[in-house]
Design a protein around this ligand. Sequence first.
Ligand code: PXP
Length: 248
Amino acid sequence: MTNNPEKRSILLGVNIDHVATIRNARGVHYPDPLRAADVAEAFGADGITAHLREDRRHIRDSDIRELRRRVKTRLNLEMANTPEMVQTALMVRPDMVTLVPERRAEVTTEGGLNVIANRQSLAETIQRLADVGVPVSLFVDPDTTQIEASAEIGSPFIELHTGQYCEVFEETGNPEAELAILFAAAKQAKQLGMGLNAGHGLHFGNVRPILALPNLIELNIGHSLIAEAIFMGLGPAVAKMKAILAGQ
Ligand code: PXP
């Protein structure tokens, strides 16, 4: 289960939020997330991901507007399904919108969307964005019922939350059960005809088993790459992750 038999290269979306976290900690103009996007692209990123949070704790509206102008690969906007964020997405027209839940107090996105409880409003947003040519991906836990609901409301993509897998990997070094759950979820997404992305908590040490998920298109990786950038530089960190994703 840990090999990638098809030897496909999984696409790498680099999440640059935490470059903005460091910038905002001092209220200065550096480090610039746009520069991070340039470097990530130059070293092989297939896309740039940025999360516009309600409290704007890292990425700001102006960052998103500038990223839209600057990103040469693909811009994936992560956001909550609120009227304000949907307006922003309709204006910015990213290449993909990933809808995530948002609770202000959380340190990061802690769980997947409750698609079942929010069917109606999520379906409306998927349609409104589809009308302007922006595909939506729903960030969900590897949960059969949530994945089924995602397909029922017409989501073209889902992003599987790998947080639980990463936590168990960290704590026990033996995440086989979580991996099996992710595999079953990936198969289900394939059967339901949805494109598959995944992410959250992935790093050089735990990403390899994830590459074998059936039908996996792209991984979105942020925190660990920005952390590695402190020691090895952002470009080499992105290049190293790209090589791993290519099965090297
Ligand atoms: N995917 C989604 C939907 C996320 O919310 C995040 C965190 O912003 C990531 C991927 C990236 O997670 P990490 O920063 O842990 O790599």
